[in-house]
Structures are given as structure tokens and as C-alpha cells.
Design a protein around this ligand. Sequence first.
Ligand code: FAD
Length: 489
Amino acid sequence: MFDKKKIVIVWFNHDLRVRDNSALTHAVDNFDIIIPVYIHDQSEKFFRATGAASCWWLHHSLKSLEKSLATLGLSLSIFQGQTAAVLRHIVEKTKAEALVYNFSTDKHNPFCRSQISNLLHDLNCQETVFFDQFLYCPDSVHPQNSHYYQVFGAFYRACQLIGSPPAPIPAPNKKKASKTVSDGACSIDDLRLVPRNPDWAAPFSTMWTPGENTALIKADSFCEQGVFSYNRQRDFPCLDASSQLSPHLHFGEISIRTLWHKTNVQLPRCPTIEHEEEVQSYIRQLMWREFYGHLLYHNPHLQTEPMNKTFKKFEWKEIDGTLLKAWKTGNTGYPIIDAGLRQLWQTGWMHNRVRMIVSSFFVKHLRFDWHEGEAWFWDTLVDANLANNVGGWQWIAGCGADAAPYFRIFNPVLQSQKFDVQGTYIKQWVPELKKLSNKYIHAPWEAPRDVLEQALIDLGEDYPYPIVDSDKARKEALLAYEEMKHSKN
Ligand SMILES: Cc1cc2nc3c(=O)[nH]c(=O)nc-3n(C[C@H](O)[C@H](O)[C@H](O)COP(=O)(O)OP(=O)(O)OC[C@H]3O[C@@H](n4cnc5c(N)ncnc54)[C@H](O)[C@@H]3O)c2cc1C
């Protein structure tokens, strides 16, 4: 009698790596035949379709994963279609006895998870889920009387009390038998993730190299150098002082545990307390990611509902298509905002400080519903991540967990003067203003006619006048906020 070979499906989601991948390692350690699969589901049945810029990243990330898996003797099978239907097909075809995956907040909301669990139960296929997306399993961090923390400081302290997250595990070192599913499968190219005619993502390649190897090299380089000046420089968009690891983290090309440990190992090496503060500041940002992930895990309705329910009554303005288009295309007449939105369009990424200024302008100066701005970010960011995006937008709109109060309204000119002192960032992304002096680059409408002429700017032609009056918009926003607070229903 031959022993029956144990077959497992490893279902990849936002964990496109072979190192420190609990699901993959579990499969290699416990099963004989591995079937790695990726399912591209744009049906929007249970979760949002991947945005256009993220699809570009996904294409390259899958190619990279395919290569890494091949070094382990494994072959990635690609599918497209509605997740549950595809999983049923794969399990039935392969007679796999188990399916193992890493949870993703973007996909595995309770509705999706229960459907998958029921399906696997019906098919007599054992399900094992890991939580690699987090440093701490979301069910393990909570106050005494609630499932989750709603205040960042308390959450962070609770995590610190737990201690270091588990150390990362290396890539599996044994080659395993792999099985592919040819029936119904397709190639990565068949998914048509990269745009053609026009290839609007062409400039992305000059900035980004998706994939696990690049993610690790970037993380090493940042933790050896950039992290020591992170806090001092992170708010200045022209300095490129942040790690730019967000898309790599989102697609799981590097695990958050790996990055946390690479960062923490620097703490005892810090020569001064100031150096230590720089490193701590970076860890704090990683913990914001953790916080938002835990919030969405426990409260999946956050992607549509405000955390602060009072905001359900907020009177957003009806969307004006012309103003919305001006914002999306970076033609608001406020240079720092236009620079950010053009950076986003051209690179699929925007500096964090500018994300805050741009989104604040959207929800407070234009008074448009945050969902609309969040949707634009979702489609155009290569790091579009449900927890962070919804968390960031709700924070700015004042309706999120531990959010900035609504009445704190970013002044786009003052922010620009403070964080882009020389106008370097503006000149990079809004080149029509590059001849304007520092004095006027933050507010070109204030420049005298001769100054504009010398800078070769015909305001209203070469660059727009502001689409809203900042002071007036600010007052109206505050009024709307007061009305919301005092409204009875
Ligand atoms: C309106 C708005 C929308 C946002 N949408 C997203 C999004 O879709 N995806 C996304 O990853 N981040 C989002 N952020 C958070 C932040 O802007 C980005 O994570 C950061 O700019 C990415 O650049 P970085 O990798 O160089 O960050 P670094 O400063 O190097 O930080 C390291 C990592 O920490 C995490 N991080 C940093 N800041 C934050 C933060 N404020 N909230 C949560 N996590 C953080 C990210 O994973 C980031 O890669 C948003 C912020 C705002 C204000």
C-alpha cells in the first residue's frame, strides 16, 4: 500500500513573498504536494476591485512571486473570477485536503470569510488562516471591556506591553512537489493588469521595481541610513525622506514583522537619544498601520461608515463635476495641492504630508464627501490599502478613530510655506510655476502682474486661479460642522 500524498492549496493574497510567509511555510512543512494559487477577483461581490494603479503593481509583483516560487520547485496557478466559485473549482479539481492562506483586511471581511469557510467545510477541505498582515494578531490586542482600541496611544501601549512580535521565518529551504491546475487557469499576462494604448503607467517603472527582492533591499538601505533622520525630514516632500515601502508592504512583498525587526535592531545601535527618537518615530508610523488594520478587522463597515456616527448627519456639498475634475487633475490653483495630485497621477504615490493637505482641501475647502476622494486615491495609488486609505481619509475628515478634529483645517498656503519652503516640490510637479520666486510660488494669485510676466505666467491661462476662496471655504466648513453638532436627527 502506498501512502496517500497530502495535497494543500496555498492561496496567495497580499502576501506575495516566500520569506516569512506563515501560510507557505506551514504548507511546505506539513504537506507533500503544494498548489500555489492567486485569484484575481474584480467581481466586487464581497470586496473592492483592485484599483488601476495597484493592478500595474500587482502584475509585476506576481511575476516576481512566480520566479521566487520556481526556485522552491513551485509553480503559481493564476485564476480570475469570483473567489468562492474559483476556490470550489480548484478544490474539486485537485482533491486538495487543505487550504491555507494569510488573512488580508482588503479581502477577507467577515462576509467573504464565512462564505469561504462554509464552502471549504462543504468540500471537506480543512482551512488554516494566518495573520501575517499584522504584527500582533488582532484578536489578541483589546481593552478589558471591548474588542478593540479606538485610541491610537492606548493601542500602541497595549502592543508594547505584549512585547516584540514574533521573529520572521526564513523562506522554506526544501524543494517540494508542486501541482498546477491547468483547467480554468490563465497566465499573469492574461489578467491584463498593465495598461496599454495609452500606457499611462509607463512613468511608474522609473520610480518603482515591485517584488520581494527590491522590497528587502530598500528596507535594508532605509534601516541602515534613512531611518536616522526620518523624524526630522519626513514632513518635507522634496526630501524623499520616508521609506517608500508602502506598496511593498501592501502587497506583502516584505512582511511587517521583517520590517519591524529590521528597524528595532537599530535601537541599541543608536549613538544618541536623538537618533533613537528618529527610529522610534518610524516605528510609530508602522504602528499606525497596525492600528488601522486592527480597526478595519474588527469593524469592516468602516470602509463605508464613519467611525464617529455624528458625521452621518454632516452636510457634504453636492459634487460639482468641474471642481472635482480640477482637484483630480491637479488644477485647483493651489500649487502644493496641484503638485501632490500630479505626483499621484504620474507616480502612483504621494508624500504623506501632501496626502494630508490634499485630502483636507477635499473634505473641508470643497466640502465633498470623503468617500469620493478615497475612491480616487484607491484607483490611483500603487499602495492603495483599504485600512490605511479609509483610516487616513476618516482621520482627515474628523470622523475617524482618534481623528484630527474637523475644525482643524489645513491652510494650503501656510502648509506649503512651512513644508516646501523653497517651492522645490512644487517646481518639480507644477513646472509652469518654476520661474516664480519663493515669495509667490505658494500663492501665485498674490503676485503682482510684472512678477507673473517675468515668470512667464499668464494666470488663468498657464495656471488656474484658485477654484475656491480659502478663507470663505474655511468659514463655511466650520459653519457646517457647527450645524452638524447641533442638529437633532
Ligand atoms: C488621506 C490619506 C490616505 C492614505 N492612504 C493610504 C493608502 O491607501 N495606503 C497606505 O499604505 N497608506 C496610506 N496613507 C498613509 C501614508 O500616507 C502612507 O502610508 C505613506 O505616505 C507611505 O509612504 P512611505 O512608505 O514612504 O511611508 P513611511 O513614512 O516610510 O512609513 C512606513 C510605513 O508605515 C505605514 N504608515 C506610515 N504612515 C502611515 C499612516 N499615517 N497611516 C497608516 N500607515 C502609515 C505605511 O505602511 C508606510 O509604508 C494615507 C494617508 C492619508 C492622509
